[in-house]
Design a protein around this ligand. Structure first.
Ligand SMILES: CC(C)(COP(=O)(O)OP(=O)(O)OC[C@H]1O[C@@H](n2cnc3c(N)ncnc32)[C@H](O)[C@@H]1OP(=O)(O)O)[C@@H](O)C(=O)NCCC(=O)NCCS
Length: 263
C-alpha cells in the first residue's frame, strides 16, 4: 500500500495512515493507555503494563520505523500503530496495536502491509513477531505472508514467527545457530522428534504448508522457489497426505531435494 493513502471504504472509513516520528509519542502513549486489559495483554504480554514499559514501547530508538493510523473524527488521535525495531542488519521485530473499537475492521492488515513495504524499502528481509498463541487475529494477519515459526516447543504460550519482507518465504536470517532443519507440519505444536532436534542444537524452522484460508499457497508450487527449503540442510515433511496441495509440496521436496529429506 502507499503510505499516506486512505484505507478502502469497506475497511475503516476515512482513516489515514502515515509514517510517525517522535512528535507522535504522546498520541501513541494515549493509544496504549486506552487499550482494554485484554488488548494490552496481547500487545505487551501483561494486562497491566508499567509506565516504563509503555514509554519504551512508544519511543523512537535507533532502527525504529513506525506508522500511525489517525482517527477520522479527531485527526490528532492515533487509533492504530505499527512499528519495527532493528535487531540485526537484515532482521527487525514488529508489533502492531489497533484501538479496541477499530479492531476486526481491516486496519491491522493495512498497517502490517505498510510496515512490510517500509521494511522492504529499507532493505530489511525479515520481520519477526512474538505473539501469544491465543492471539488469533495477529496469527491470522501473519499467515498472509510467507511465515516460518522460529520457536519449537510442545507446550508454548508464545510463538515467535518470521515473515519475509521481500516476498516468498523467509529463510534463516544471519548466521544459522546450528544445523538448519525445516519441518513442514500443520499446527503450532511440534512433535517429539522436532523438539529433540532443537534441544540437540539444530536451528529449526517450522512451516505449516499451504494455507488456503489465508489465500496463500506454497511458493514451491507457484514459483518453484522456497528460501526455507533451499537453505535447509535437512527437510522433514509431515504434511497430511490426504490434502492435494500438501501432497504436491511433499512431491516437490522429493523431486528437488531428495538427499535432504529425513523421512
Ligand atoms: C492483532 C491486531 C493488530 C489485528 O488488527 P485488526 O485490525 O484487529 O485485524 P484485521 O481486522 O486486519 O484482521 C486480521 C485478521 O484477524 C482476524 N480477526 C480480527 N479480529 C479477530 C478476532 N477477534 N478473533 C479472531 N480473528 C480475528 C480477521 O478475520 C483477519 O483474518 P483474515 O485476514 O484471515 O480474514 C489487533 O487486533 C490488536 O491491536 N490487538 C491488540 C494488540 C495486539 O494483539 N497486538 C499484536 C501483538 S504483536
Amino acid at each position: 500500500m502507499t503510505i499516506g493513502a486512505r484505507i478502502e471504504p469497506d475497511l475503516a472509513p476515512r482513516i489515514e495512515v502515515r509514517p510517525a516520528g517522535p512528535a507522535d509519542i504522546p498520541a501513541i502513549r494515549r493509544l496504549f493507555a486506552g487499550l482494554s486489559a485484554d488488548s494490552a495483554r496481547r500487545r505487551f504480554q501483561t494486562g497491566q503494563p508499567t509506565p516504563g514499559l509503555l514509554a519504551a514501547a512508544a519511543g523512537f530508538g535507533p532502527g525504529t520505523r513506525c506508522l500511525v493510523a489517525l482517527d477520522p473524527e479527531a485527526p490528532g488521535r492515533v487509533v492504530g500503530e505499527a512499528r519495527y525495531v532493528l535487531l540485526e542488519p537484515d532482521l527487525a521485530e514488529l508489533a502492531i496495536t489497533v484501538a479496541d473499537r477499530y479492531q476486526g475492521r481491516g486496519l491491522g492488515r493495512v498497517l502490517l502491509a505498510g510496515l512490510v513495504d517500509q521494511a522492504r524499502a529499507a532493505g530489511i528481509g525479515y520481520l519477526r513477531s512474538v505473539v501469544l498463541m491465543s492471539n488469533t487475529a495477529m496469527l491470522r494477519l501473519l499467515a498472509h505472508y510467507g511465515c516460518a515459526q522460529v520457536t519449537t516447543a510442545d507446550e508454548i504460550s508464545v510463538v515467535t514467527v518470521d515473515i519475509a519482507a521481500r516476498g516468498g518465504m523467509p529463510g534463516w536470517p544471519g548466521a544459522a545457530r546450528g544445523r538448519r532443519v525445516l519441518v513442514e507440519q500443520r499446527g503450532w505444536f511440534a512433535d517429539e522428534q522436532t523438539i529433540r532436534l532443537a534441544a540437540d542444537g539444530a536451528d529449526v524452522r517450522r512451516c505449516q504448508g499451504p494455507n488456503q484460508r489465508a489465500g496463500r499457497t506454497c511458493p514451491l508450487l507457484t514459483t518453484g522457489q522456497c528460501a526455507l527449503a533451499e537453505q535447509a540442510q535437512e527437510i522433514i515433511c509431515l504434511l497430511p497426505d490426504g490434502d492435494a496441495e500438501s501432497a504436491a509440496v511433499a512431491a516437490a521436496h522429493r523431486r528437488l531435494w531428495p538427499e535432504r529429506l529425513a523421512r
